[in-house]
Every structure is written in C-alpha cells, then in structure tokens.
Write a protein that binds this ligand. Structure first.
Ligand code: GAP
Length: 508
C-alpha cells in the first residue's frame, strides 16, 4: 500500500524531513532564521547538484545547438535599464497599517458580502487552495452576525489589484479581520540594490540580478563572434538570482535567493515559432519526467493573449502539483526580439547575425525556457515522498517513509553494508567495494545496527540501491545482495553485474 500524506500536511512533513535528514535548513537559523533564504545541507547539496548536472548534460552537452555560459551576478546597471527591470520589475503590494504586515496585492483576494441585494460587508483571504471555502464561511458569519434575512449572493473573489478606491476602507485586513487598515495597492520594486566602488552616491548603485537571462543577452554577441553557432541555437546558463519577494513562502518555492536554469533559444524572425515553441514545451515536459516527476502531475497553463506582456508572442507555464496546489514550475516564453533590440538600442552595439542558410541578416527572436533549481528540487521531493508498508526482518508489515528519487538524481546512489560489523572479513570486503564505487558515485558505508534498520535509514533519504556483503560473498561465489529501494526485492549479482547495473541506472 502506498500513500501520499494529505496535501495539507505534506509540505510540513517535507520541511520536517529536510531539516531532520540534512537536506535543507532555514538560513541563519541560530539567529532565528531569515525569511526567504534557505541553506542546503549535505544531502540537499548533492540533490541540487545532481539536478543541475542532469539539466546541463541533457540541455547543453548532449545537444549540438546549445552553448553554455556563466556570467556575473552583478552586471552593468544599464543592462537592467535596457531590459526594463529598473522601471518595471515590481509587484503590487498592500500594507496593513495596524499589523504592519505586507501582502502581494495579487495574492490578496476579497469580495463583497451581498444579502438580498444589499452589501453588508466584505471578506478577504490570502491566496490558498481553500480560499473560496474560507471566504464563503466568513461571509456566512458576517450575515449571521448582522442578523440579515435573505439570500446570500455567491461570493465572487477578486484580487486586490482590482479593488476600487472606495473599497480600500471596507475590505478587512487578513491580519486583524477588521476593515480600515489596508492601503491602496502600490508597486514594490523587486530588485536588490547594492553599491559598487568607493563612491556612496547614486552613480554607484548596482543590482543583484533578478534573472540569469540578461547575462545571456549581454553575451550573445560574444558567443556569436567566437563560437560556431548557426541559427537556430541556444545559450544556457545556471546561476543565482535574487528577488526581494514581498511574500516569500511555501518553503523553497518562492524565496529571495534562488537559482535558475535558463536557455535563450535564438531563431530566425521568419521561423515557424509556434512549432518551435511547442517542441520546447515537449522537451521540457520530457526532461521533468526523466528526473522522476509523474507526467500526470504536470500540466500546461497557456497565458491568454490579452494578458501577455507587449513584447511576448506566447507564454506557456508548465505547472506542477506542489503540496500547496498546482503552481508554475517552468516558464516557456516566446519573447520576440524585444531584449536584443533593447540592448542594441542602449549599448549602441549591433545585435544582428548573418544567417548562412537564408543569406539574410537579422536580429533573432527568442524562445526562453526558464526553470528554477529550487522549485524543481521541491517538485522532486514532492513526487518522491511516499509512505508505504513493507515487511520487516521478521516478515511483519511495517510502515516506512521512503523518498523514491530517480537514481539519476538521488543524493546517495547506493549504500554498502557488511552483514555484521564484528566480522573483519565481511568489513574488509565491504570497505573494498565501498572504496571502489566511491571513485565513481556518491555512495555510503554503514555497518551499524540491524540490516533492516540500515535499509530504512537509506529509504528515508532516497538511496535507490542497498548492497550487502554476507558470508556467501566471501565463502562461495563472491556475489553480493542487491536490494531495490522501491520493491524491496533482493537478488544476488556478481561485482561486474553490479557495476554494469549501476551504470545503466545512474548514468543512463
Ligand atoms: N527570465 C525569465 C524569468 O525569470 P520567471 O517566470 O520570473 O521568468 C522563471 O522565472 C522561473 O524561475 C520560474 O518558473 C521559477 O521556476 C523560478 N523562480 C522565479 N522566482 C522565484 C523565486 N522567488 N523563488 C524560487 N524560484 C523562482
């Protein structure tokens, strides 16, 4: 029997497991934590690196049309003027004057409570999967308290960016439950500022990049001039990005310091961009499935044409079933030539490319698949987190917690156990195998406790394979026992078979 924890409790359980087993810690925890920042512990950093390596291998090294890049986090401030971030990269916020809490206006929902055609109050709720239910319950309470007879009209929630000035004083603050303390929505700049150089004036202002993409656009000419790229081609980058999010939340889903894996894929302005966009969406879905996300938990959110940014031709977000609901994981946008044109205008450098195939010169258009490392890690943890029942050493069914990571990204690939720790011949043989495997993969050696308990410890951190050295290994044919984490099935294999199997499963 296999079960996921209820979606309510699942996030809490994942956060707890991550802390307990050394995947993820709140940043600066000894000082009480720091909202929106997280540190990755020994297992977290392995998982994170494996995700990035898998992406780099599949998107860059195994493709002929994509080149890699690693640009700086702090770049010339004019880049952010050209890209539009200095003027436009902001989120609408609303403050509660009484509680001093700040909300993202597009995540704060409100509705009038109308009974028999008369508005008798307002309800508000912070965005969550149960928001409609919560709002309806609050509306029924208002009606009851007002002792108002008549039919309660359906509660139609709108986000606070759609509020009218006359409603600001009527909508209750979610913090206090009382109206009168919410401000009008205001734009809040998301870029972190810093100062570069000895001057402390405005001329020294620089920004921590809020996306890696602009580093790609700023280097596009270098790669065209020095590489052997031809249209269509892509430039890929993995790196840190920083956003002063108003409401960082849901663990590592929305944080203030995170990492992105982005590609700018440059195409001819006359290319069939709709087909290429579709191909990229499919490539992205296939990749997510290849690292272990269930296909049925991934869906597409196509942005309606009237909601697109003026420079965007189309955007499809790949959505994933996170513990807190279905949310964006990977954005695949067709950005036209907006960014390159802006940089051409602001830098004065030509962004045209000569296309040998068509003998034409043009500024290419781009398709941009943009994925967060941390969000992918949360998706992977969500998909892997499983509670099931398996027989213990005595054959009695026992509950277990298991992370069913794909062997490709699992932090520890295999655990090596001598059956008994007080038998030097078993220990020696197990150590020798451990040292051999350690040269290729991140493996773990464990000699302490009953074998069943050792298996459980590895199940909980998602180690896909358990290898036990027993008396048959040293006295008979040299075979070892190979245990599969998910099925708990065991079989005997020779060392050569073991290595070939691990190669196929981990590196394949
Ligand atoms: N260059 C395009 C761009 O940055 P975005 O939709 O703002 O687009 C792309 O971000 C991806 O980066 C998102 O789909 C998400 O996976 C990740 N991401 C964005 N903001 C994030 C945050 N505050 N915390 C964690 N991941 C974030």
């Amino acid at each position: 029997m296999t079960a996921k924890a209820s979606s309510d409790g699942l996030m809490e359980e994942i956060v707890g497991l991550c802390k307990r087993r050394g995947f993820i810690f709140p940043s600066s925890e000894i000082y009480g934590g720091y909202n929106g920042f997280y540190d990755y512990g020994p297992l977290g950093v392995e998982l994170r690196n494996n995700i990035k390596q898998a992406w780099w291998r599949d998107m860059v090294q195994r493709r002929d049309d994509i080149e890699g890049l690693d640009s700086t986090i702090i770049m010339h401030p004019d880049i952010w003027k050209a890209s539009g971030h200095v003027d436009g990269f902001s989120d609408p916020m609303v403050d509660c004057r009484e509680s001093k809490l700040r909300y993202r206006a597009d995540q704060l929902f409100f509705a009038p409570v109308i009974v028999a055609g008369e508005t008798i109050g307002y309800v508000s709720v912070v965005e969550c999967p149960e928001q409609q239910e919560i709002a309806e319950k609050a509306a029924a309470d208002i009606k009851r308290k007002a002792a108002k007879q008549g039919t309660l009209e359906p509660i139609v929630l709108k986000d606070y960016t759609e509020s009218k000035p006359e409603e600001y004083d009527l909508v209750p603050s979610p913090a206090t439950g009382k109206p009168g303390s919410l401000t009008a929505p205001r734009e809040f700049k998301l870029m972190f500022e810093t100062k570069v150089g000895p001057l402390a004036d405005e001329s020294a202002v620089a920004y921590l990049r809020p996306e890696t993409a602009q580093g790609i656009f700023a280097n596009y000419k270098n790669i065209v001039d020095t590489g052997r790229v031809k249209i269509p081609f892509g430039i890929a980058q993995i790196g840190k990005a920083f956003r002063n999010e108003i409401t960082p939340r849901n663990f590592i889903f929305r944080s203030r310091e995170f990492e992105q894996m982005e590609i700018e894929y440059f195409i001819s302005p006359s290319a069939d961009w709709k087909t290429l966009h579709r191909e990229w969406i499919d490539t992205c879905i296939d990749w997510l499935v290849s690292i272990g996300l269930p296909r049925e938990d991934i869906s597409e959110d196509i942005h309606p044409e009237d909601k697109l940014a003026f420079y965007s031709r189309a955007t499809t977000d790949l959505m994933f079933q996170f513990p807190h609901g279905e949310q964006e994981l990977w954005g695949v946008a067709c950005r036209g030539d907006y960014d390159l044109m802006q940089h051409q205008k602001h830098s004065g450098k030509s962004m045209t490319i000569f296309d040998e195939a068509s003998k034409e010169k043009f500024v290419p258009h781009v398709i941009e698949p943009s994925l967060g490392v941390d969000r992918t890690l949360l998706a992977v943890l969500t998909a892997a987190y499983t509670q099931d029942e398996v027989p213990n050493d005595k054959g009695v069914a026992e509950k277990r917690l298991v992370l069913k990571f794909s062997p490709k990204i699992a932090p520890v690939k295999a655990a090596i156990f001598p059956l008994l720790k007080n038998k030097p011949e078993l220990v020696e043989r197990a150590q020798a195998l451990y040292k051999k495997l350690q040269r290729r993969w991140n493996v773990f050696y464990d000699a302490s406790g009953a074998i069943g308990r050792r298996y459980r410890r590895q199940d909980e951190i998602g180690t896909p394979f358990g290898i036990t050295i027993d008396f048959d290994t040293i006295e008979k044919d040299g075979t070892v026992t190979l245990r599969d984490r998910d099925t708990c099935e065991q079989r005997r294999v020779t060392e050569d078979e073991l290595i070939q199997f691990l190669e196929e499963q981990i590196d394949g």
